[in-house]
Design a protein around this ligand. Structure first.
Ligand SMILES: [Zn+2]
Length: 319
Protein backbone atom coordinates (compact mmCIF):
# COMPACT_ATOMS: atom_id res chain seq x y z
CA UNK A 1 0.00 0.00 0.00
CA UNK A 2 1.33 3.41 -0.97
CA UNK A 3 1.21 5.93 1.87
CA UNK A 4 1.80 9.65 1.66
CA UNK A 5 1.41 12.46 4.19
CA UNK A 6 -0.51 15.69 3.71
CA UNK A 7 0.26 18.68 5.94
CA UNK A 8 -1.81 21.83 6.30
CA UNK A 9 0.11 24.86 7.60
CA UNK A 10 -2.56 27.14 9.04
CA UNK A 11 -2.37 30.36 11.01
CA UNK A 12 -2.88 28.57 14.34
CA UNK A 13 -1.94 24.94 13.76
CA UNK A 14 0.15 22.62 11.62
CA UNK A 15 -2.07 19.60 10.99
CA UNK A 16 -0.99 16.43 9.20
CA UNK A 17 -2.58 13.19 8.04
CA UNK A 18 -1.27 9.83 6.85
CA UNK A 19 -3.31 9.00 3.74
CA UNK A 20 -3.64 5.87 1.60
CA UNK A 21 -4.16 5.76 -2.16
CA UNK A 22 -7.97 5.71 -1.76
CA UNK A 23 -7.90 9.02 0.09
CA UNK A 24 -8.49 7.50 3.55
CA UNK A 25 -6.91 9.38 6.43
CA UNK A 26 -5.35 6.63 8.59
CA UNK A 27 -3.81 8.80 11.32
CA UNK A 28 -3.52 12.49 12.20
CA UNK A 29 -1.12 14.69 14.15
CA UNK A 30 -0.94 18.39 14.94
CA UNK A 31 1.26 21.07 16.48
CA UNK A 32 0.60 24.77 17.16
CA UNK A 33 1.96 27.10 14.45
CA UNK A 34 4.88 29.11 15.89
CA UNK A 35 4.22 32.76 15.04
CA UNK A 36 6.70 34.67 12.85
CA UNK A 37 9.27 31.91 13.04
CA UNK A 38 10.07 30.01 9.84
CA UNK A 39 12.46 27.50 11.39
CA UNK A 40 9.86 26.81 14.08
CA UNK A 41 7.24 26.02 11.42
CA UNK A 42 9.65 23.65 9.64
CA UNK A 43 10.38 21.96 12.98
CA UNK A 44 6.61 21.60 13.60
CA UNK A 45 6.16 20.03 10.13
CA UNK A 46 9.04 17.63 10.87
CA UNK A 47 7.51 16.59 14.19
CA UNK A 48 4.11 15.98 12.57
CA UNK A 49 5.71 13.93 9.76
CA UNK A 50 7.91 11.93 12.15
CA UNK A 51 4.93 11.07 14.32
CA UNK A 52 2.88 9.91 11.33
CA UNK A 53 5.60 7.86 9.63
CA UNK A 54 6.89 6.04 12.71
CA UNK A 55 7.22 2.35 11.79
CA UNK A 56 5.78 2.86 8.28
CA UNK A 57 7.06 3.35 4.76
CA UNK A 58 6.01 6.79 3.53
CA UNK A 59 6.61 7.84 -0.06
CA UNK A 60 6.36 11.65 -0.05
CA UNK A 61 4.89 14.67 1.75
CA UNK A 62 2.55 17.33 0.35
CA UNK A 63 2.15 20.67 2.11
CA UNK A 64 -0.70 23.15 1.80
CA UNK A 65 0.09 26.70 2.93
CA UNK A 66 -1.79 29.98 2.71
CA UNK A 67 -0.01 32.31 0.32
CA UNK A 68 1.40 32.63 -3.16
CA UNK A 69 3.35 29.49 -4.09
CA UNK A 70 5.80 29.43 -7.00
CA UNK A 71 4.85 27.53 -10.16
CA UNK A 72 7.45 24.80 -9.46
CA UNK A 73 5.80 24.14 -6.07
CA UNK A 74 8.99 24.89 -4.15
CA UNK A 75 8.79 28.39 -2.73
CA UNK A 76 6.31 30.41 -0.70
CA UNK A 77 6.71 33.70 -2.55
CA UNK A 78 4.50 35.62 -0.13
CA UNK A 79 2.40 34.53 2.83
CA UNK A 80 1.04 37.61 4.60
CA UNK A 81 -0.45 35.62 7.48
CA UNK A 82 2.81 33.83 8.25
CA UNK A 83 5.11 36.79 7.46
CA UNK A 84 6.95 34.70 4.86
CA UNK A 85 8.65 36.06 1.76
CA UNK A 86 10.54 33.98 -0.85
CA UNK A 87 10.75 31.08 1.58
CA UNK A 88 12.23 27.91 -0.03
CA UNK A 89 9.86 25.75 2.00
CA UNK A 90 10.05 22.61 -0.15
CA UNK A 91 13.83 22.26 0.03
CA UNK A 92 14.05 23.14 3.72
CA UNK A 93 11.39 20.59 4.71
CA UNK A 94 12.84 17.96 2.33
CA UNK A 95 16.26 18.39 3.97
CA UNK A 96 14.72 18.06 7.43
CA UNK A 97 12.70 14.90 6.73
CA UNK A 98 14.64 13.27 3.85
CA UNK A 99 11.53 12.66 1.71
CA UNK A 100 10.27 14.24 -1.53
CA UNK A 101 8.09 17.30 -0.79
CA UNK A 102 5.60 19.37 -2.81
CA UNK A 103 4.16 22.70 -1.66
CA UNK A 104 0.86 24.10 -2.86
CA UNK A 105 -1.57 26.87 -1.93
CA UNK A 106 -4.03 25.87 0.82
CA UNK A 107 -7.21 26.41 -1.22
CA UNK A 108 -5.65 24.56 -4.17
CA UNK A 109 -4.96 21.48 -2.07
CA UNK A 110 -8.51 21.67 -0.68
CA UNK A 111 -10.15 21.69 -4.12
CA UNK A 112 -7.78 18.94 -5.26
CA UNK A 113 -8.98 16.79 -2.35
CA UNK A 114 -12.63 17.49 -3.23
CA UNK A 115 -11.89 16.85 -6.92
CA UNK A 116 -10.29 13.45 -6.29
CA UNK A 117 -12.35 12.16 -3.35
CA UNK A 118 -15.10 14.60 -2.38
CA UNK A 119 -18.00 16.69 -3.62
CA UNK A 120 -16.42 17.47 -7.01
CA UNK A 121 -15.28 13.97 -7.96
CA UNK A 122 -17.99 13.50 -10.60
CA UNK A 123 -16.96 16.67 -12.42
CA UNK A 124 -13.91 17.46 -14.51
CA UNK A 125 -14.16 21.20 -13.81
CA UNK A 126 -15.06 22.83 -10.50
CA UNK A 127 -14.65 25.98 -8.41
CA UNK A 128 -14.17 26.10 -4.63
CA UNK A 129 -14.65 29.01 -2.25
CA UNK A 130 -13.26 28.63 1.27
CA UNK A 131 -15.09 31.04 3.54
CA UNK A 132 -13.11 31.58 6.74
CA UNK A 133 -11.45 34.67 8.14
CA UNK A 134 -10.78 35.48 4.49
CA UNK A 135 -11.99 34.06 1.18
CA UNK A 136 -9.76 31.50 -0.56
CA UNK A 137 -10.33 30.09 -4.02
CA UNK A 138 -9.40 27.04 -6.05
CA UNK A 139 -10.25 26.08 -9.62
CA UNK A 140 -9.95 22.74 -11.43
CA UNK A 141 -10.36 22.77 -15.22
CA UNK A 142 -10.49 19.45 -17.11
CA UNK A 143 -8.90 17.53 -14.23
CA UNK A 144 -6.05 20.02 -13.80
CA UNK A 145 -5.52 22.55 -11.04
CA UNK A 146 -5.64 26.01 -12.57
CA UNK A 147 -2.31 27.34 -11.32
CA UNK A 148 -1.51 29.96 -13.95
CA UNK A 149 1.81 31.14 -15.36
CA UNK A 150 3.38 31.96 -11.99
CA UNK A 151 1.46 29.54 -9.80
CA UNK A 152 -0.87 32.16 -8.36
CA UNK A 153 -4.13 31.83 -10.29
CA UNK A 154 -7.57 31.35 -8.73
CA UNK A 155 -7.22 34.02 -6.03
CA UNK A 156 -10.96 34.57 -6.23
CA UNK A 157 -11.05 36.33 -2.86
CA UNK A 158 -8.97 39.16 -4.27
CA UNK A 159 -10.99 39.76 -7.40
CA UNK A 160 -12.28 43.25 -6.84
CA UNK A 161 -14.82 43.73 -9.57
CA UNK A 162 -17.48 43.55 -6.85
CA UNK A 163 -16.71 46.93 -5.37
CA UNK A 164 -13.89 48.99 -6.86
CA UNK A 165 -12.95 51.70 -4.39
CA UNK A 166 -14.60 49.83 -1.53
CA UNK A 167 -13.19 48.44 1.71
CA UNK A 168 -9.44 48.17 2.17
CA UNK A 169 -8.00 44.66 1.86
CA UNK A 170 -4.91 43.02 3.36
CA UNK A 171 -3.55 42.54 -0.18
CA UNK A 172 -3.08 46.31 -0.48
CA UNK A 173 -6.05 47.08 -2.71
CA UNK A 174 -9.65 48.06 -2.08
CA UNK A 175 -12.97 46.39 -2.73
CA UNK A 176 -11.82 42.74 -2.89
CA UNK A 177 -14.48 40.04 -2.58
CA UNK A 178 -12.85 38.89 0.66
CA UNK A 179 -13.91 42.12 2.35
CA UNK A 180 -17.58 41.45 1.54
CA UNK A 181 -17.91 37.68 1.67
CA UNK A 182 -15.67 36.31 4.45
CA UNK A 183 -16.56 35.19 7.96
CA UNK A 184 -15.26 38.55 9.12
CA UNK A 185 -17.57 40.34 6.66
CA UNK A 186 -20.51 38.33 8.00
CA UNK A 187 -19.77 39.38 11.58
CA UNK A 188 -19.23 42.97 10.54
CA UNK A 189 -22.55 43.09 8.67
CA UNK A 190 -24.32 41.78 11.77
CA UNK A 191 -22.55 44.25 14.07
CA UNK A 192 -23.44 47.20 11.86
CA UNK A 193 -27.01 45.97 11.40
CA UNK A 194 -27.53 45.51 15.14
CA UNK A 195 -26.14 48.97 15.90
CA UNK A 196 -28.39 50.56 13.29
CA UNK A 197 -31.57 48.54 13.89
CA UNK A 198 -31.44 47.11 17.42
CA UNK A 199 -35.20 46.47 17.27
CA UNK A 200 -34.57 43.92 14.49
CA UNK A 201 -31.68 42.25 16.32
CA UNK A 202 -33.27 41.19 19.60
CA UNK A 203 -31.92 37.62 19.57
CA UNK A 204 -28.49 38.67 18.35
CA UNK A 205 -28.12 41.39 20.96
CA UNK A 206 -29.33 39.08 23.72
CA UNK A 207 -26.65 36.52 22.75
CA UNK A 208 -23.99 39.24 22.64
CA UNK A 209 -24.89 40.73 26.02
CA UNK A 210 -26.42 43.84 24.45
CA UNK A 211 -23.24 45.11 22.79
CA UNK A 212 -23.26 45.11 18.95
CA UNK A 213 -19.45 45.29 18.83
CA UNK A 214 -19.00 42.06 20.75
CA UNK A 215 -21.15 40.02 18.33
CA UNK A 216 -19.24 36.92 17.11
CA UNK A 217 -19.65 34.81 13.97
CA UNK A 218 -20.99 31.91 15.99
CA UNK A 219 -23.66 34.18 17.52
CA UNK A 220 -24.71 35.37 14.05
CA UNK A 221 -25.32 31.74 13.03
CA UNK A 222 -27.19 30.96 16.25
CA UNK A 223 -29.37 34.09 15.99
CA UNK A 224 -30.12 33.41 12.31
CA UNK A 225 -31.27 29.90 13.26
CA UNK A 226 -33.74 31.56 15.64
CA UNK A 227 -34.98 33.87 12.87
CA UNK A 228 -33.23 37.07 13.93
CA UNK A 229 -33.75 39.57 11.11
CA UNK A 230 -30.36 41.28 11.29
CA UNK A 231 -28.51 37.96 11.48
CA UNK A 232 -30.40 36.64 8.44
CA UNK A 233 -29.64 39.93 6.70
CA UNK A 234 -25.91 39.43 7.36
CA UNK A 235 -26.05 36.02 5.64
CA UNK A 236 -27.93 37.60 2.77
CA UNK A 237 -25.24 40.29 2.56
CA UNK A 238 -22.33 37.87 2.07
CA UNK A 239 -24.60 35.58 0.01
CA UNK A 240 -25.15 38.43 -2.43
CA UNK A 241 -21.44 38.84 -3.10
CA UNK A 242 -20.70 35.10 -3.18
CA UNK A 243 -23.66 34.38 -5.44
CA UNK A 244 -22.63 37.07 -7.89
CA UNK A 245 -19.00 35.94 -7.81
CA UNK A 246 -20.11 32.35 -8.44
CA UNK A 247 -22.12 33.60 -11.42
CA UNK A 248 -18.96 35.28 -12.73
CA UNK A 249 -17.20 31.90 -12.43
CA UNK A 250 -19.92 30.35 -14.59
CA UNK A 251 -19.28 32.98 -17.23
CA UNK A 252 -15.52 32.41 -17.01
CA UNK A 253 -15.07 28.67 -16.36
CA UNK A 254 -18.47 27.00 -16.89
CA UNK A 255 -17.70 24.48 -14.11
CA UNK A 256 -19.67 21.32 -13.31
CA UNK A 257 -20.07 22.27 -9.66
CA UNK A 258 -19.32 25.21 -7.34
CA UNK A 259 -18.31 24.25 -3.81
CA UNK A 260 -18.49 26.30 -0.64
CA UNK A 261 -16.09 25.25 2.14
CA UNK A 262 -14.61 26.69 5.32
CA UNK A 263 -15.79 27.36 8.85
CA UNK A 264 -18.82 29.45 7.86
CA UNK A 265 -20.28 26.44 5.99
CA UNK A 266 -21.25 24.98 9.36
CA UNK A 267 -24.21 27.35 9.02
CA UNK A 268 -25.50 25.09 6.22
CA UNK A 269 -28.50 26.38 4.28
CA UNK A 270 -28.43 29.64 6.25
CA UNK A 271 -25.41 30.43 4.07
CA UNK A 272 -26.10 28.31 0.98
CA UNK A 273 -29.68 29.48 0.37
CA UNK A 274 -28.81 33.20 -0.01
CA UNK A 275 -25.80 32.31 -2.21
CA UNK A 276 -28.06 30.18 -4.44
CA UNK A 277 -30.74 32.89 -4.57
CA UNK A 278 -28.36 35.63 -5.72
CA UNK A 279 -26.48 33.21 -8.02
CA UNK A 280 -29.74 32.31 -9.74
CA UNK A 281 -30.76 35.96 -10.07
CA UNK A 282 -27.38 36.88 -11.54
CA UNK A 283 -27.70 34.13 -14.15
CA UNK A 284 -31.40 34.62 -14.90
CA UNK A 285 -30.67 36.05 -18.34
CA UNK A 286 -29.06 32.78 -19.40
CA UNK A 287 -32.51 31.28 -19.59
CA UNK A 288 -32.32 27.52 -20.12
CA UNK A 289 -28.55 27.09 -20.49
CA UNK A 290 -27.54 24.60 -17.74
CA UNK A 291 -25.45 25.99 -14.88
CA UNK A 292 -23.41 24.41 -12.10
CA UNK A 293 -25.04 23.49 -8.81
CA UNK A 294 -23.79 25.39 -5.74
CA UNK A 295 -23.24 23.00 -2.85
CA UNK A 296 -21.25 22.46 0.32
CA UNK A 297 -17.87 20.76 0.13
CA UNK A 298 -17.73 17.26 1.64
CA UNK A 299 -14.33 16.66 3.16
CA UNK A 300 -14.39 19.49 5.73
CA UNK A 301 -11.10 20.27 7.41
CA UNK A 302 -9.58 17.07 5.97
CA UNK A 303 -9.77 18.32 2.36
CA UNK A 304 -6.39 20.06 2.50
CA UNK A 305 -4.56 17.11 4.01
CA UNK A 306 -6.13 14.66 1.53
CA UNK A 307 -5.45 16.93 -1.46
CA UNK A 308 -1.85 17.64 -0.42
CA UNK A 309 -1.16 13.94 0.12
CA UNK A 310 -2.51 13.17 -3.35
CA UNK A 311 -0.38 15.85 -4.99
CA UNK A 312 2.62 14.30 -3.21
CA UNK A 313 1.69 10.83 -4.49
CA UNK A 314 1.38 12.06 -8.07
CA UNK A 315 4.18 14.64 -7.81
CA UNK A 316 5.73 13.54 -11.12
CA UNK A 317 2.57 13.76 -13.22
CA UNK A 318 0.08 16.18 -11.67
CA UNK A 319 0.58 19.47 -13.48
ZN1 LIG B 1 -7.49 41.75 -1.55
Amino acid sequence: MSLTIGVDIGGTKVGGGLVDEDGNVLATSRRPTPADDTSGVIQAVKEVVDELRAGREVEAVGIGAAGWISSDRSTVMLAPNLSWKDEPLRDKVAAAIDLPVVVENDANVAIWGEHKYGAAKRHRSSVLYTIGTGVGGGIVVKDNLLRGTNGVAAEIGHIRSVMPGGRECGCGRTGCLEQYASGRALTRAAQEGAAEHPEKAAVLLKLAGGDPESITGRQVTEAARQGDEVALGAFDFIGFYLGNSAADMVNLIDPGVILIAGGVVDAGDLLLDPIRKHYKEALASRDRIPVAEVRAAELGSKAGVIGASDLARHREIVP
